[in-house]
Design a protein around this ligand. Structure first.
Ligand SMILES: *Cc1c(COP(=O)(O)O)cnc(C)c1O
Length: 352
């Protein structure tokens, strides 16, 4: 069998949830959208079932998958519905929809709710992607309240630059949020992972934690309180010694400088390994860190091997414990979120 393996350490997931909850205080949603950032939403939700206060997903289908697999916790639809008809399913499954725009609000108050629904009302406090502008927020809040169809309203907003404290953007957004919420009662939610870890003023009734839950430090590098959940590994299934001045792979972008032992790996960009990570991206054999050389192909990639004792059959960590996924992301000019979400064709194995 092709030896590409994604090990998912659910014990680490639970550890991270607890560590983050201790920092945030209050209640904490585990964000399991996009198949739990590529880790497997149902398995991750089950692993957190005893501890999590609730879950958050991007769309109805993701929420229904959790419900149909026995998750009966609160589930927030972070983007709300995409179509007025979806409110029937929201009601059937007892979900908490976000209301992010005027048409979602109007469709919600037209739906014949059997019993009042809990709503997360989104404010655009400065990211300018979605949500009600601060000057429209109280009117939206009041319209929901006066409809008589809404049980509770959680006031929430999302940060554009929480991973960049220097920017001042987060403080500005908090100020806008607090000003526009003045006099509106109810719970609040502001933190994503980065704000939770770095911005005490943003910790409110509910946190919403994604990337850090999977053990990734949103500020780059590693973090002493977070344990990587995914470990992606493969094996060397070919090796050769190339003479100096030999090109390697598509486009001949890499030439050996000396006699070089080259290992061939079963993993490529069709598996989600980033094609932009070329020569220099780190991988590890045991605790020995080595590097990708040449272009990543669709199904294969090449690395430099230790001249003496590495070759066919050696296990290679692409990211996990020795190589942090943030390093791979940096080498590829992207973020760990994208790499984790993209993993496919690998054999997923879950460890309790
Ligand atoms: C994805 C998402 C989160 C989680 O963000 P992380 O940076 O992964 O912690 C929180 N809130 C909203 C609205 C989101 O869409």
């Amino acid at each position: 069998m092709r030896p590409l393996n994604a090990q998912i350490r659910l014990d680490n997931l639970r550890h991270n949830y607890q560590a983050l909850k201790n920092i945030h205080g209050g209640k904490l949603l585990a964000v399991v959208k996009a198949n739990a950032y590529g880790h497997g939403a149902v398995r991750c939700a089950h692993a957190l079932a005893d501890s999590a206060d609730g879950f958050a997903v991007a769309c109805l289908a993701e929420a229904v998958e959790l419900r149909e697999n026995g998750i009966d916790h609160p589930i927030v639809l972070l983007e709300g519905v995409f179509d007025a008809k979806e409110y029937a399913t929201v009601e059937q499954y007892g979900l908490w929809p976000a209301v992010c725009s005027q048409w979602q609000l109007e469709a919600l108050v037209r739906h014949p709710w059997q019993k009042p629904v809990k709503v997360w009302l989104k404010m655009d406090s400065g990211m300018h992607r979605t949500g009600f502008f601060p000057h429209d927020y109280a009117a939206a809040y009041t319209a929901l309240k006066q409809s008589g169809l809404v049980a509770d309203i959680v006031k929430f907003s999302h940060f554009a630059s929480a991973d960049d404290p220097e920017s001042g953007m987060t403080d500005m957004q908090i100020e806008a949020f607090d000003a526009a919420c003045a006099g509106l009662e109810g719970e609040e939610s502001l933190c994503n992972s980065a704000a939770l870890m770095n911005c005490p003023e943003a910790r409110r009734d509910w946190g919403r934690v994604g990337i850090a839950l999977y053990g990734v430090n949103p500020f780059g590098g590693t973090h002493p309180d977070l344990k990587p959940v995914m470990r992606l590994s493969t094996r060397v299934f070919g090796e050769r010694v190339l003479q100096p001045h030999s090109p390697v792979g598509y486009g001949a972008i890499f030439y050996t400088q000396k006699s070089t032992r080259v290992g061939l790996l079963a993993c490529g960009y069709a598996d989600g390994y980033p094609r932009n990570a070329t020569t220099g991206a780190p991988v590890a054999i045991g605790t020995h860190r080595t590097r990708v050389i040449g272009r990543v192909s669709m199904d294969m990639m090449t690395i430099e091997l230790d001249p003496s004792h590495e070759g066919i059959g050696n296990e290679v960590e692409l990211w996990g414990d020795i190589v942090n996924v943030n390093e791979t992301a940096k080498a590829a000019g992207t973020i760990a979120y994208e790499l984790l979400c993209n993993v496919k064709r690998a054999k997923f194995t879950y460890y309790e």
